[in-house]
Design a protein around this ligand. Sequence first.
Ligand code: ZN
Length: 279
Amino acid sequence: MPELPEVETVRRGLVPRIRGRTVVRADIRDGRLTAPVDPREVGMELDGERFTEIGRRGKYLLFGLETGRTLVSHLRMTGWFHHRPPGGTDPPLTHVRAVFELDDGAALLYSDQRRFGTMRLLEPGELDAYLRLRAGPEPLSPEWTPARFRADLRGRRAPIKACLLHQGIVAGVGNIYADEALWDARVHPLRPGGDLSAAQARRLHAAVVAALERGIDSRGASIRDYRGVDGERGEMQERFAVYGRTGEPCPRCGTPIRKIRVAGRGTHLCPRCTRPPSG
Ligand SMILES: [Zn+2]
C-alpha cells in the first residue's frame, strides 16, 4: 500500500507533466472509484477542467482545478497513476479504471487492480472540512511537533504501532515506515502509546520524520506494484532496516529480525534492540 513517501513521489512526478494542462476528455470507467457519485457525471464535470497545483495531505493526492474545485484521490492498496507522453504508447496495464486525455496529446491513466482507490470531486471550499475528518497533522510540516505527538498519545492503551497507523495522530504513515521508525527509535511496537516517556516520544517523532524523508529521497519503496508516474521503480526497499527482512541480521546489532503481529499487521523488529513491555 502506498504510504506518504510513495504518494509524494507520485505527486512530484505529476507536477511537471500535468500542471497547467486541460482535460480534453475524462473517461472514468469504474463506479467504485467515485461511488456514490456516478463516474460519468464526474467525468463530464472534469471535461474542460485545467489542473493547477497538485498537492498532498497524508496519503491523499489533491488535484487543484482552475474552477477552484479539487479532485481528491486516495490510492489505497493498488491505485497508480501513469503518464503517457504525447505519441507514447500505453504500458501493459490490465486494470485501467480512468483515462484523462490532456490538451498536449498526453494522457493520465489511473489503474487499480484491487479497486479500493477513491476519487472525489470537491466543490470550492469543501476541501478543508473533507481533510479535517480524514487526516491528522502532516508529519513533514512544522505543525507536527514532538510535544503535539506526545499529547496525542496521552492515555492511549493501544500499541504504539497502532497509534502510528492512526491517521488522526499522524497522517501518511503506514506499515513500512512505522516499523522502520520504531526500530530506529528503539521503541517496541507493542508498548502502549500512552506509556512512552518524553524522551521516547521525541526519539520516535524524529525517527518517523527521518524514515519518511528517506523514503521520499529514495522515490518510494517498490514492493509489489508500486511505480512512479513514469514507470520507474523506487529504491527505498533496498534501504529497509527491518521491514520485510525477517531472519536477516539487524543492521545495528546483528540479531535476526523477528516478525510479530500487532493490531492485525505484520510487524518487524529486532528483539535485542527493543524490549517488549512488561506483562
Ligand atoms: Zn538490533
